[in-house]
Design a protein around this ligand. Structure first.
Ligand code: ACO
Length: 331
């Protein structure tokens, strides 16, 4: 299933400047640098202070991507923000649209947890491949530090904050998105949640509204781990099949950054040398929808990923949801 017609021409990323390393985190919960780094590969994470919004970081990342793409923000037709932690429950994409000056663009949020960026890439590509739109800005941004329980060592050590963005263009001469594969399994929803907790608010006699609030991120880590190491290789193989490619055709493996052990297990199962797996877990931890574009941006700017390189990317997480896409970087 080759799907010609898009080119990814710009990328950018941003993270809060405040850094929380494992030793410092050990002052907050009973943990150690040894436990965290051995089990996850994470050494530090960036944490947004209360004066930093999701939109602030998303706009920084977007501006960098637009500059690299060398387009006028007026040319952008579509802005999609993949996030589970919007500043506004009504959506934050329109605030990004306004801040970057994409006056002509329609903007909306897309929520699929840690699969959000991957699902966004496929969604945006459909608009471009049908010829409806020419230029799109896709942002993946999350501030999970707002929603983890900082007293729960099982989860708070894993997550960090960040944003990444790409500019995608319709381009009949570029293959762009070569193949993709997306899945959801709501029967396993309880493995990873950030739930609304009900609270009764009496209105008048015999009538109440539900005026609760969102709780903490909760996760059955072992189940999510098993799910990831099984489903991720499967979905990448499906995307490769649809793209009529094999593992040997792939220059880089780019997985959602949840745990270095997951990255290593998937690379091993797919028989991809680990040095071809892009990543930055040690610096950022799990930044949810931001993790794929954040790692991509670093790899592009450092010169590791070069124009024409073929990348197999996979996102996985709450839903449960998972998917993959094979794409070329640049024109
Ligand atoms: N420091 C020290 N000890 C800890 C910590 C900690 N931070 N956290 C847990 N422990 C202890 C536990 O209490 C347990 O102790 P016990 O044996 O005395 O009960 C022991 O360490 C082992 O705990 P496990 O939970 O069994 O550890 P495990 O090896 O499964 O690793 C981990 C946990 C890292 C979370 C792993 O399961 C994992 O990576 N899962 C996948 C998570 C993921 O990928 N999420 C992605 C999606 S995120 C999204 O969509 C928003």
């Amino acid at each position: 299933m080759a799907t010609p017609g898009i080119a990814i021409v710009g990328c950018g990323s941003a993270a809060p400047t405040t850094v929380l390393d494992n030793d410092t985190l050990g002052k907050l919960v009973e943990t150690s640098d040894d436990w965290i780094s051995t089990r996850t590969g994470i050494r530090r994470r960036h944490v947004a202070s209360p004066d930093i919004s999701l939109v602030d970081l998303a706009v920084q990342a977007s501006a960098r991507a637009i500059t690299m793409a060398d387009i006028d923000p007026d040319q952008i037709d579509l802005v999609v923000l993949a996030t589970s932690t919007a500043d506004d429950l009504f959506g934050s994409a329109a605030s990004i649209q306004h801040a970057v000056g994409a006056k002509q663009a329609v903007a909306f949020d897309l929520t699929a947890a840690c699969s959000g960026f991957l699902f966004g890439l496929v969604t945006v590509s459909q608009f471009l491949q049908t010829g409806v739109y020419k230029n799109a800005l896709l942002v993946g941004a999350d501030l999970l530090s707002r929603w983890v329980d900082w007293d729960d060592r099982r989860t708070c050590v894993l997550f960090g904050d960040g944003a990444g963005a790409i500019v995608i263009q319709a381009n009949p001469d570029s293959p762009g998105l070569l193949g993709f594969d997306l899945h959801s399994d709501g029967s396993q929803n309880g493995c990873l949640t950030l739930r609304y907790e009900s609270a009764e608010r009496p209105l008048i006699d015999g009538m109440s509204a539900n005026r609760g609030r969102y709780g903490f991120l909760d996760m059955v880590g072992k189940d999510v781990y098993k799910f990831a190491v099984t489903r991720v290789p499967e979905t990448i193989e499906k995307s490769l099949f649809r793209a009529d490619l094999t593992i040997e055709d792939i220059d880089w493996l780019l997985l959602h950054q949840a745990n270095q052990r997951i990255v290593e297990a998937v690379a091993k199962r797919l028989k991809i040398p680990i040095d071809r797996a892009l990543g930055n877990l040690s610096e950022y931890g799990n930044t949810s929808a931001a993790s794929i574009p954040l790692a991509l941006d670093e790899a592009v700017r450092s010169g590791r990923v070069k124009p024409g390189d073929t990348i197999a990317a996979s996102g996985f997480g709450a839903g449960l949801s998972w998917g993959s896409a094979i794409f070329r970087w640049g024109l």
